[in-house]
Design a protein around this ligand. Structure first.
Ligand code: C2O
Ligand code: CU
Ligand code: CU
Length: 503
């Protein structure tokens, strides 16, 4: 054999080995990227229900809550302690509850050794009380926001929003629910006994060996952390015993990046009664409700005596291309929570036919439109800058915001302070699950949503609110922008540093 031939064979073999190695690596990555716990979970642990936060009422009627952020350890699996963070405890936080029209005040104490904060997701609040990156609370400091609750009954939540560090703060356990009540909703015949037939369901995905959370990211995906199992209210493999024919689940996707498509293992229908910002106009019978990170849904499921069913997250087909679906979690499925009906159940009447009248605008009175192009590299080509105001809106006006996913990576879109109506998804009216008041909406690869919202103030030209992708890794990377609400003709005057909360 000529020397030339031997060199050729050698190089050819080298190339073949290389291709096989890369192909093999890719194949393991591709297969390994799909995770499923469907049908495999032994539901061993009674669901923990976050306690209702205690409050006191001041002379002027202000309801006062205390939230203390603290580090601790949590035993998710018997005998294994995991370092975690929580509010008034070691993991997650109590459920705050207040009624429309009430004045509230929350004393937020940061007992961690780094700055954090608390943002009231979905709440209509003055900008200085919003708890975004301009109101970080330093280590050892307290911050006491106050406002008047002025919005319909809804399932809201709270979580930290420190600039560039939201993902780890939420993942370590800093999250809780904030329920708003109102008289009209209270008078409806809906399940409403907290923890009994009205159950908070805070869903998070985790990946850990018991002793430590894994914060790793697969190198072929860009959605952020994706865990390989789920917890509800910090309970692994949870079951809930049900004593009523109708049970209401307040679903919150508190994961940092994972998107769920919830339904039941036996494919039963359920009634969707509420979305992010409160009740729908009427119950909608559905088999699936998709929740991207930060979104909520209130569902009512009917149980028969003695039966079991499992709240499951199913694979999703609207997730962008095959690559994003596989590496971004769209092919995954999870058994999230088992419902176990007792042998005899308390009777529950039928659901009301009419629930409420939506208070979100319908787009007809929009004073102007704006466009938001979503890309990993930033919104409208810009990364978040604390000192730059991206949009200035006039108090008391409605606007139509068009949001488009421009890079194919799964994103969603969240706007602080307001609830919006989804007018269109890709030029068509939205499906049932998006016909309520929303503050966060999934914007899968290639899609465009049109949103109508109204800015009711109060105006504050010096303090911005945020809009951002709620996949927290993306938010931390700079997929966020700032808007101020001003009186007609006013200009903004925002300083980069914010007014660091606390004293
Ligand atoms: Cu749930 Cu800007 O946050
Ligand atoms: Cu928010
Ligand atoms: Cu994103």
């Amino acid at each position: 054999m000529s020397r030339f031939k031997r060199v050729l064979i050698f190089l050819g073999t080298l190339a073949a080995v290389f291709v096989a190695a890369v192909g093999g690596l890719f194949l393991t990555q591709w297969t390994g990227a799909q995770v499923s716990t469907a049908g495999q979970v032994e539901f061993r642990n009674a669901l923990k229900v976050p306690p209702l936060a205690r409050s006191t009422v001041e002379k002027d009627g202000t309801r006062v809550f205390d939230l203390r952020m603290q580090a601790g350890t949590t035993e998710f699996e018997a005998g294994k302690q995991t370092p975690t963070w929580g509010f008034n405890g070691s993991y997650l936080g109590p459920t705050l509850r207040a009624a429309r029209g009430e004045k509230v005040k929350v004393r937020v104490a940061n007992g961690l050794d780094e700055a954090s904060g608390v943002h009231w997701h979905g709440m209509h609040v003055p900008a200085r009380m919003d708890g975004g990156p301009h109101q970080e609370v330093g280590a050892g400091k307290t911050w006491t926001p106050y406002w008047k609750v002025d919005q319909p009954a809804a399932t809201l939540w709270y979580h930290p929003h420190p600039h560039g560090r939201s993902e780890t703060h939420v993942q370590r356990g800093l999250a809780g629910m904030f329920l708003v009540d109102d008289a009209k909703a209270g008078a409806l015949r809906l399940p409403k006994r907290y923890g009994v037939d009205d159950v908070p369901v805070v869903v998070q995905d985790v990946s850990f060996d018991g002793a430590e959370f894994d914060h790793g990211k697969g190198f072929l995906q860009s959605t952020g952390f994706l865990g390989e199992r789920t917890m509800v209210n910090g309970t692994l493999d949870p079951y809930q015993v049900v004593g009523d024919e109708l049970v209401r689940l307040r679903l919150l996707n508190a994961s940092t990046a994972r998107i769920y498509d919830f339904g039941f293992s036996d494919d039963r229908g359920f009634a969707l009664i509420g979305t992010d910002g409160g009740l729908l106009e009427k119950p909608e019978t559905l088999r699936r409700v998709q929740l991207s990170t930060g979104e909520r849904a209130e569902v009512v499921v009917r149980m028969r005596a003695g039966e079991k069913t499992v709240l499951r997250s199913f694979p999703q087909d609207n997730y962008g291309d095959g690559w994003q679906r596989r590496f971004g979690g769209g092919d995954d499925s999870f058994d999230v929570l088992e419902l176990r009906a007792q042998q005899t159940l308390r009777k529950s009447g039928p659901l009301p036919d009419v629930l409420t009248k939506l208070e979100v605008p319908d787009g007809k009175d929009s004073a102007r439109g704006r466009y938001f192009g979503l890309k990993m590299s930033g919104i409208n080509g810009r990364k978040m800058d604390m000192g730059r105001v991206d949009e200035t809106v006039t108090r008391g006006t409605s606007e139509t915001w068009t949001v488009r996913n421009e890079d194919g990576v799964p994103h969603n879109f969240h706007v602080h302070d307001v609830q919006f109506r989804v007018l269109e998804v890709d030029g068509r009216p939205p499906q049932a699950a998006l016909r309520g008041a929303k503050d966060t909406v999934f914007v899968p690869g290639g899609s465009t949503v049109k949103l109508a919202m109204r800015f009711d103030g109060p105006a504050d030209p010096s303090t911005p609110y945020m809009y951002h992708c709620h996949l927290l890794y993306h938010e931390d990377q700079g997929m966020m922008g700032q808007f101020v609400v001003v009186e007609k003709g006013q200009t903004s005057s925002v300083k980069a540093g914010g007014e660091h909360g606390g004293h």
